[in-house]
Design a protein around this ligand. Structure first.
Ligand code: HEM
Length: 129
């Protein structure tokens, strides 16, 4: 039997659905982040983040089937992302990760998710201010 992916270990589709649902509910309330999103409806952006994260952690590869290579830094070029935006993004993501219960997400998996998000948000910065 193949080893279980991280995606499966933390509860698969339902966990990623919940994670991005809470994340975008926070974005919708965030006065730094909300104005950056070009569309009125955050649903499509939520779906893109969900597909990306599922793929990154070993789940379905729908993101690349629909969007091609992620090239996330390039895709974030239109938005100025400095420390304020990075911190706002991470605040929303920490809230989302905290919303997943301990039975689904044990401490080592939780830490792996947090570490990745912090690294990824840092690498998405494209402005010193
Ligand atoms: C797209 C903001 C970090 C993953 C977007 C969009 C904005 C945005 C405004 C366009 C919304 C849309 O898709 O319609 C930010 C800000 C960040 C950040 C302010 C602060 C650091 C990240 C990180 C990840 C990520 C760390 C991944 C772990 C994505 C993905 C898309 C996206 C997958 C859709 C790309 C596509 O296929 O077009 N982001 N983002 N973002 N972001 Fe971020």
């Amino acid at each position: 039997q193949p080893p279980r992916s991280f995606y499966e270990e933390i509860g698969g589709a339902e966990t990623f659905r919940r994670l991005t649902e809470v994340f975008y509910a926070e974005v919708a309330k965030d006065e730094v982040l909300r104005p950056l999103y070009p569309e009125e409806d955050l649903g499509p952006a939520e779906r893109r983040l969900r597909m990306f994260l599922e793929q990154y952690w070993g789940g379905p590869r729908t993101y690349s089937e629909e969007r091609g290579h992620p090239r996330l830094r390039m895709r974030h070029h239109p938005y100025r992302i400095g420390p304020i935006e990075r911190d706002a993004w991470l605040r929303c993501m920490h809230t989302a990760i905290a919303a997943i219960d301990d039975e689904t997400l044990d401490p080592p998996h939780r830490q792996a998710l947090v570490d990745y998000m912090e690294m990824a948000a840092q690498s998405m910065m494209n402005s010193p201010i």
